[in-house]
Design a protein around this ligand. Structure first.
Ligand code: KG4
Ligand code: ZN
Length: 342
């Protein structure tokens, strides 16, 4: 460990379609570099094989830039943290092999990070901006294109999954709904934008009746598809005319499902701290809904800056930082995992 300053951790993320690298010095971001993959746009979703190839192309320049921007030399690093899973296995393999080789070449510890857990630790990333940090325990709603979970966080290393989606992730529900409206991938941000001019009460969509903290979006998806199909049968210009209202209705339904469960968990677990993480936490209705819920109930709400909500390597390095302090190192024979326990 470097004297005084605390550990210098390189984080590497390659679980889906972003190749990312970040350097954290004692939990403070020195660099946070992301290379997205435009190649998937034309296919309307992430193509795993193309993702792996793009990771292979990007990983060296991305890590190189992260080190340069941080002003950190290879020999300054104390440990390398990488996303072990969950994610696309071919994509994960690129980051895992790269991190393994680098740790071996530098003779420094390797840290295997669970991507979904890392999302919940994004709240602790420091970058010079003053922000409230949740105290433990808190409830984190992790919502992205790949995952939707409510996690009870008792410490950086002690998390319990209370519930999650039984089918699609919340981001998928946004993206699939957007596709039905003819919007390009990823449609989530576009739904958000159009919804601003729409009336969320114009149409009615069902809410799933699931007990506990689990959620489901497939019934909503089918109902939305029917709504669009029937409307278009009667009037070919239906989607164009009703676009803002369709977006607002879908958005309201997804956000309702998420916030009802988060609210239920906070009440029943008696934890007055709710937090968001993951790409969907960029959604303006979800952000506002979370803040309103907390204000109504007298709870605290925490939403990290957007750069740490979407897939990024700063959160991987942050999770790595906590694991490093506890000696949570991996062997050089560590393998990627498409699925993790959470
Ligand atoms: O965390 P993330 O960057 O990657 C995954 O791990 O999946 O999340 C991406 C997801 C996509 O489904 C995207 O449509 C959704 O987050 N998303 C949004 C918004 N911004 C991103 N969904 C709704 N409203 C937004 N403003
Ligand atoms: Zn993610």
């Amino acid at each position: 460990m470097s004297p005084n300053a605390g550990p210098i951790i390189l984080g590497i993320e390659s679980s889906c379609d972003e190749t990312a690298a970040a350097v954290l010095v004692n939990g403070v971001v020195r660099s946070n570099v992301i290379a997205g993959q435009e190649v998937h746009r034309q296919w309307g979703g992430v193509v795993p094989e193309l993702a792996s190839r793009a990771h292979q192309e990007h990983i060296v320049p991305v890590v190189d830039r992260a080190l340069k921007e941080a002003g950190v030399k290879l020999q300054d690093l104390d440990a390398i943290a990488f996303t072990q899973g969950p994610g696309l296995i071919g994509a994960l393999l690129v980051g895992t092999c790269f991190a393994r080789s680098m740790a071996q070449a530098l003779s420094i510890p390797l840290i295997a990070v669970d991507h979904v857990r890392a999302h919940a630790l994004a709240h602790f990333i420091r970058d010079g901006e003053e922000r409230p940090v949740p105290t433990f325990p808190f409830l984190n709603l992790t919502v992205s294109g790949g995952h939707t979970r409510i996690v009870r966080v008792d410490s950086p290393l002690l998390m319990t999954v209370l519930g999650g989606t039984l089918d699609d992730a919340a981001g998928e529900a946004f993206d699939k709904g957007a596709k039905m409206l003819g919007l390009p991938y990823p449609g989530g941000p576009l739904i958000d934008r159009h919804a601003r001019d729409g009336d969320p009460q114009r149409f009615t969509l069902p809410r799933p009746a699931i007990t506990g903290y689990d959620m489901s979006f497939s019934g909503l998806k089918t109902a939305f598809k029917d709504l669009v199909r029937k409307g278009t049968e009667q009037d070919p210009g239906f989607v164009e005319r009703e676009l803002p209202h369709l977006c607002a209705t879908l958005q309201r339904s997804i956000v309702d499902i998420l916030l009802r469960k988060l609210s239920k968990a906070a009440r029943e677990q008696d934890i007055p701290r709710i937090a968001l993480a993951g790409g969907v936490s960029a959604n303006s209705a979800l952000r506002q809904g979370t803040l309103d819920l907390a204000a109504r109930e007298g709870w605290e709400a925490f939403i990290p800056p957007f750069a740490y909500c979407t897939d990024n390597a700063a959160m991987i390095a942050m999770a790595g930082h906590f694991l490093h302090l506890e000696g949570g190192h991996a062997g050089l024979d560590v393998v990627p995992l498409a699925r993790t326990e959470g």
